[in-house]
Design a protein around this ligand. Structure first.
Ligand code: IPE
Ligand code: IPE
Ligand code: MG
Length: 248
């Protein structure tokens, strides 16, 4: 098991993204309602935010609710939204104390007024923090985000603000909800599923992927450090040869 000291001795990923999966199965294994799994999931989330902050990681993006998750049973969706409001109420102080700022990516117009208001307030309050940048993907999907970017580009092109014919990848990125955020260097997905589930499709182009069979509520600080330790052993080539990388 890797410790904080172990991983701090190596180069840290500047941005870690996490698909927090397996809450429902965790509850089912215990004969409980799925909602208990989501409650336990909030605890795991707190631990991982703390671990990332202690390690000195710059950005942490957590996939909390996808566009597709709107299709879950109404009572589960309502319970998840309630948990978000509760977490924001309970954790804003801790975020400020630990110098963590909050940002949200996703179609927040679909959230109810109360939650949206609470999010905007927490984002404003924590904007003074200069430590870990915590990004929550909420009502988010990559296809929504990319379509939204295309729509905004078309709007600006027809208003004469940009020249669509000379659009570059760097220009395109400015229209994504992650504008200004470096691409994730490491993606962790829990629960044994090995798929991306409509998460950061553009931004994950060269991200290192780490899959673990642990269910999200069982995932702790050591597991997070293990994933980083695994990342630190990899050679990232970005299309070049191994020799080119080691000659640098
Ligand atoms: C992840 O756990 C949380 C959300 C998607 C909101 P799941 O609820 O997907 O748990 P499983 O995959 O059913 O076990
Ligand atoms: C992905 O998990 C979304 C989040 C973790 C918020 P899902 O449980 O919704 O993904 P699929 O349906 O198994 O691909
Ligand atoms: Mg799932």
């Amino acid at each position: 098991m890797a410790s904080l000291e172990n991983i701090k001795a190596g180069i840290l990923p500047s941005h870690v993204a996490v698909i927090m999966d397996g809450n429902g199965r965790w509850a089912k294994q215990r004969g409980l309602d799925r909602v208990f799994g989501h409650q336990a999931g909030v605890e795991a989330l707190r631990k991982v935010v703390e671990a990332a902050s202690e390690a000195g990681i710059g950005h942490l993006t957590l996939y909390a609710f996808s566009t597709e998750n709107w299709g879950r049973p109404d009572d589960e969706v309502a319970a998840l939204m309630g948990l978000m409001v509760q977490s924001l109420n309970n954790e804003t102080e801790t975020l400020l104390r630990n110098n963590i700022s909050l940002r949200v990516i996703g179609d927040i117009d679909r959230l109810d007024e109360g939650l949206r208001h609470k999010l905007v307030e927490t984002i404003r309050l924590t904007s003074v923090s200069s430590g870990l940048k915590l990004i929550i993907a909420l009502s988010y999907s990559s296809r929504w985000e990319i379509t939204e970017a295309a729509r905004l580009i078309a709007r600006d092109a027809s208003a004469g603000k940009i020249n669509a014919g000379s659009l570059t990848p760097a220009d395109f990125e400015k229209y994504l909800s992650t504008d200004g955020i470096p691409d994730p260097e490491l993606l962790i997905r829990t629960s044994g599923e090995q798929r991306i589930s409509n998460f950061l499709l553009w931004q994950l182009a060269y991200t290192e992927l780490f899959f673990t069979s642990k269910l999200w509520p069982d995932f702790g600080k050591e597991d997070f450090y293990d994933a980083i330790s695994d990342f630190q052993k990899r050679e990232r080539r970005f299309g070049k040869t191994s020799e080119q990388i080691s000659d640098k």
